[in-house]
Design a protein around this ligand. Structure first.
Ligand code: URA
Length: 255
């Protein structure tokens, strides 16, 4: 059996020159895209349960994992726990998100300095009041990467929630009736200066603080909630590409 039951690979699969940094995508196709387009000497570690993991080298020659969290905090918590057991000490989440501020536009990237963590899985790791704050050095590296690459970015507080539809106040769904406490929550967050919605960062950042690894998050902005509930499909490819470029440039400084 593999050492890491859900990830589906073992310590010996990582070879002698083990990675300590993982780029963590929600989507297995994005993890594969990062490995195939950006890493050399790549190797498939596992495609177990869609939690695809690839080992490869950054352009500088440093080893890195391109791994998959799956959607949402419960899946992410399992993957991150096993990555830490595998010796990973730095995790950069590369995700997608919806902007809730008018100036944060589709195609750009949102870098999380801390999360408003409304996630059940995170409560199994630390109390609700425990800070979901990003590693400051890794976050500065993400910001500097965006600046160097000329990629439009926003740095701010992310709302990490458990549901894409109800929890992000989407009414165009199977459940148009939203619980009262969710009605108007996006507007409330806007006034609190929250920049974006996504579904994994808060739990990742709490895990980083509790387990002692560096964690940060960069998301491609694919929806603009001041305009519409639906993702802006035309902006997705460029948003994701921008987030990948920023994450890999920052990774070079930390791997
Ligand atoms: N991911 C989310 O969680 N929300 C969005 O609006 C877009 C991507």
């Amino acid at each position: 059996m593999a050492d890491f039951y859900h990830l589906g690979f073992s310590l010996h699969d990582l070879g002698e020159y083990r990675p300590t940094l993982a780029i963590l995508s929600g989507d297995p196709n994005r993890a594969a895209q990062i490995a195939s387009s950006k890493l050399t000497h790549r190797k498939i570690l596992s495609e177990n349960r869609g939690l695809n993991s690839y080992l490869g080298l950054l352009p500088s020659g440093k080893p890195v994992l391109s791994a998959t969290s799956g959607m949402g905090a419960p899946s992410l918590s399992i993957v991150v726990n096993e990555l830490v057991q595998a010796g990973i000490r730095t995790i950069i989440r590369v995700g997608t998100c919806g902007s809730i501020q008018p100036q944060v536009l589709p195609g750009s990237v949102a870098i999380t300095k801390a999360a408003l963590c409304r996630q059940g899985a995170a409560n199994d790791i630390a109390p609700p009041e425990y800070p979901a704050s990003s590693d400051p050095f890794l976050t500065v590296a993400l910001v500097e990467a965006a600046q160097t690459l000329g990629i439009e970015y926003a740095l701010g507080i992310t709302a990490s929630v458990d549901t894409f539809y109800e929890g992000q106040e989407r009414r165009a769904s199977a459940n148009p009736y939203l619980l009262r406490w969710l009605q108007g929550i996006t507007e409330e967050y806007r006034h609190l200066g929250v920049i974006n919605y996504e579904m994994e960062a808060g739990t990742l950042l709490k895990m980083g603080n509790v387990y002692g690894f560096a964690a940060a998050c960069v998301c491609g902005v694919i929806a603009q909630r001041t305009q519409a509930e639906q993702p802006v499909l035309e902006a997705k490819a460029v948003a994701v590409q921008n987030a990948i470029e920023v994450a890999l440039a920052a990774a070079e400084r930390f791997a």
